[in-house]
Write a protein that binds this ligand. Sequence first.
Ligand code: SAH
Length: 524
Amino acid sequence: MTPQTLVYLVGAGPGDPGLLTLAGRDALASAAVVIYDALANPALLAHAPPQTEFIYAGKQSNRHTLSQAQINALLVEKWHQVSASASAHDGQAPRHIVRLKGGDPYVFGRGGEEAQYLFAHNVPFRVIPGITSGIAGPAYAGIPVTHREVTSTLTLVTGHQQEGGVETTGVNFDALAKLDGTLVFYMGVKSMPTIAAKLVAAGLDPGTPAAVIQRATHPSQKTLRTTVGELQAAERTASIAPPAITIIGRVAAMGPELNWFEKRPLFGQTVLVTRTRDQAGELTHALMDLGARVIEAPTIELAPPTDAAALQAAIRRISSMDMAIFTSVNGVGATWNELRRANLDARCFPKKVIAVGPSTRQALSQIGIIADLMPDEFTGDKLAVSVQQRLGDIRNARIILLRAQIARPALSQALSQAGAIVEDVAIYQTLRPAQLPPAAIAALDAGEITLATFTSASTANNLYAMLPTELRSKIRSISKLSIGPITSDALRTLGWGEHLIEAAQHDIPGMIKALSEAALPDCA
Ligand code: SAH
C-alpha cells in the first residue's frame, strides 16, 4: 500500500498551546494545508512547515467566515489538490490536510459532520481528539469536574442560543436538574439567565454553586464564581464575553484553594519582550511559565557584518590563534555558522576558549566546546584582569575576539595593554528592524502592557526609536526589567528610569530571579 494523503481532524485543545496532543503536533508537522477555527490558538500553526497554506475558517457567533457547507467542500477540494500534487512527487512522504478545531473535534465542534462528509466523498481521514474546554477550563480555574462524594455524573450540554431564545431541542432541563451532578454548559453566555431559570424551575436548588470561566487556559482567563440563582439575573454575567464555559454543581464551589493557574506570580501581567526574535524564546518561556501573557517585540535583528571579506579571512585564521574570546551567544552562533559555511568545524578552535557569561558558555558547549574559563566579571577591563589571573601571562598571546560590530573597545584595549596581540573581529552586526509588530503597538496603546524587558542598551534605544512618540510615555509609567547596569543607564537616559527592576545576575535566569523578588503592581 502506498502512503496516501489524509485529512486529519485535529483537536487543538482549549487555548493553552501546550495542551495539544503529540499526535496533533505530528499531524501539523506533516500538513500541506491547515484549515483552522477561531478557537484554535494560532500559535499552534508554528508546528506546521513554512510552506503550509493556512486557511482561517473562523466561526464567531453571528459572523461566519466560511459556512459549514463551504468548509466541508473545501476539505474535499484541498484533499484532491494535495493528493494530485503528491502523486506528481512520487516517493516523497505525503503531506496532509489538517482541520484544526478548538478543544475536541467531536465535542460541539461539528467534527462528526465533517467526518461523515469526507466518508461520503471517499476521502480518507483520521481523528485526533483534543482536550475539551469543558474539562480543561474548569481544571485551570481550580475545579475538578468530578470529585468523589461530591458528584457522580458529568454532563456536557450546549447552551447555544438560536434566534429568539434558547435552543432547547434535546436538552431536557427537568432531567438535568435532578442529576445532582456536574453540568458543563458550552456556548450560550447570553442565554445563561434563561438556562438558569429553567433549571431552577425544574427544581434545582438556587444555591447550587456555579462558575463561569472566560477564555479558559489563556493568560487572560477570568473566573466568575456565583450560584444558579444569581445566574438568572442577566447582570451577573454581563461582564463575561465569549468564549466561556459555565459549570453548575457542587464542584463549582471548590475552586479557590485549587486555583493554581490564576495564582501564578505573573498572572494578569502582560509583558513586552524586546529581544531578537531568535533569542526571545528562553525569556518568553520563563515569563509564560510564571503566568504572564507575553508579547514579543523584536527590536534587534542579526545580520552579517558589513565587511564580509574581512570576516572570511578572520574565520580562516582562527586555528592559528592562542585564544578565542566570546562575549555573547550571538557571537558563538555567528562564528559557528561562518565556520560551517567555510566547510570547517570545531577542530579549528584555538587551545584556549573563553566564554563571558553562563549563556555564552552554554552556547559553546552545544557545539562541543567546553570553555576553559568563564570570568565572573563581564565588563571589559575587569575581564582582562581575570583572564591574566586565571590563565597567566598573556604577553604576545594571539587572541581573537569574536563579537558584534559595535562592541565596546575596552576589552581589546585592556588585553593589548597586557601585551596580547589582539584581533577584534566583527562576526555579526545588529540592526534595528523596520517596525514593531502591530500586536505590540496595539497592546501598548490599549494600556495592556504592564512590564517591558530589556536585555541590552540597544533593546532600549531601539524600542525608543521604533515607538511612535505618543507611546513612549506609556513605557515610562510601566515596570521595566533590565539585565544590568549598562542597560539601566540607557533606560534612564531615555527618561525610562522609573519603576526599574535590575537583575543582580546579568542573564535571563538572573532577570527572572529579580522579577520574582520584586513587588509588581497587582494587575489581576
Ligand atoms: N470543540 C470545542 C467546543 C466548541 S463550541 C471544545 O471541545 O472545547 C465553542 C464553545 O466552547 C465556546 O462557546 C465556549 O463555550 C467553549 N470554549 C472553547 N474554548 C474555550 C475557552 N478557551 N474558554 C472558555 N470556553 C471555551
